[in-house]
Structure formats: C-alpha cells, structure tokens
Design a protein around this ligand. Sequence first.
Ligand SMILES: C[S@@+](CC[C@H](N)C(=O)[O-])C[C@H]1O[C@@H](n2cnc3c(N)ncnc32)[C@H](O)[C@@H]1O
Length: 278
Amino acid sequence: MEHTNYVHGYSNREAMRLLDQAETLDEIIHHDTVFSKGSLVLEAGCGVGAQTKIIAPKNPESNFLSIDLSETSLREARELIQSLHITNVEFRQADIYHLPFTDETFDSVLICFVLEHLQNPKAALRELKRVVKQGGTMMAIEGDHGSTFFFPDSTSAHSAIDCQIQLQKQNGGNSNIGRELYPLFKSIDLASVSVSPRMVYVDASKPRLVEGFIKKTFTAMIEGVGEKAIQQGIIDGATFEQGINDLYRTAEPDGVFSYTFFKAFGIKENATSPGGKE
Ligand SMILES: C[S@@+](CC[C@H](N)C(=O)[O-])C[C@H]1O[C@@H](n2cnc3c(N)ncnc32)[C@H](O)[C@@H]1O
C-alpha cells in the first residue's frame, strides 16, 4: 500500500535526499537519541531507513521495530540495514493511525519528519502513546519552514519555499509543525514535555553543511515540488527558477542559511503517579 498524498513522493531522488539529510543532521538531531539498555523502540514512519541507520547502531543494546505505510520504502530500508550489517532492527508495514500492536508494547516511540505530512497528527500521537508502556518515552522531530532565513535575502526564494508550504497544506499536512510539537505533546497528556530547537546555521566556514544541508537537503526538497507548483499555478516557472537559483546562491562563500528543527520529548506517566492524567 502506498501513501499517495505524500508531498515529497517516493522517487529515488527523494530517497537519496532523505539519506543525505539524515547523515548531515546526525549530530544536531540525534546526539541525544539514546534509549535505555534493553529497550524495545518503535520507529514510526521509517521511510527508506535514513534515521534507522543512525539510531540503531547508536543504541546497540536496544531493539527497533521500524514501520511505514510504503512497502517500497520498507524494501529499500531493509536492504540498507542489511547491507550495513545492522542486526537490531525489524521492519513491518503498518499504519500509524491503526497500529497492529497491543497496548503498552514498546518502551519508546520515535517519529521523525512524519507528523508534518499527516492530516491528524494528534490522532497519530494518541495512537503511538497507546502502544507505549507506562513510564515509557515519546520523541518527535520535525522542521518548521517558518524558521528559514538566509543571506542574500530573496523574495523569489521565499515564494519557492511557500510552494512547498501550500502543497503540503493541500495534502492536509503542515510544513510549520515544529512550533506545534509542544502543544501537541501536551494535548495528549504526556508528562515532562520538553522541546529543544535544533538550529542548523550554515555559512562557508561549514562546507559539509553547505553541501549537505543548503544544497542536498533544503534546496533539493524545494526543487522537488517545482513541477507540481507550476502545474497548479501556485507560482510561475521563471519566479520558481529564480527562487531556486537564489537558494543555491546562499551556498556561495558570502552566503548564510539558517533553518530550525524541533525535537520533542515526553513521558507516558503512570496512571497512579501524581499529576498523571490517564
Ligand atoms: C519524510 S518521510 C520520513 C522518513 C524517515 N523518518 C526519515 O526521516 O527519513 C515520511 C514517511 O512517513 C510515512 N508515512 C506517512 N503516513 C504514514 C502512516 N499513516 N503510517 C505509516 N507511515 C506513514 C511515509 O510513507 C514516508 O515514508
């Protein structure tokens, strides 16, 4: 079963982009993706395994069950993880909204770059919480396109970024969901909720991020929606092309680019503990 409304699509190019993105952001996003020894972790919406290949070796004494709607992505993820000889991951096709697991199966849940695509992120989080044990943890990582700024500034580049925001909205998603992680986690009554912004600030003194983030992650993502946005008349071809050129321009020696991801953490509190709202 494929998820047809997924704005980025399931092309090889998008798979490469997700892998580049995860590798580039490894330290910034995952330095604290640490689970206690012996944990069973549900990775929800694993895609082609771009995060799996980072978090599983980082937690060799935990076991991961990584799920996704897309059989195609799961096949790629399986191949990737096998090729890297990572042995603490199993994959399964499943829908986050209707998880085929009994209550309180997992010690932790991780969801990364998925909520932005969902029409009802709160329902998804509620379902994920159902399968977490009392005292278990939930982690979510999302971007927020409203956090983007760059030098030289460019109206065309902002318009091109806005195409992605509009198309995501049409699919019922939200490209600015990073700022909503705190209210979302609170709304499902998680305890000890904390959100930390992970700013990716890039200038020429960080050549790895210039290449890996400005070009291969962010601009590649915006470029990917061009055809559809032009077809739908959200933008004209010339403005979109100018916008993409201007985004690449920020990767020049005097350019600057900044984007902020948000990482949320919460605990499913014991029903009987003080403050527990189960
Ligand atoms: C942007 S990709 C992120 C993949 C991976 N977490 C990463 O960071 O590279 C979003 C993934 O969520 C999956 N997805 C979307 N809706 C889903 C649902 N209802 N249940 C399971 N997976 C879903 C898509 O198939 C896609 O693989």
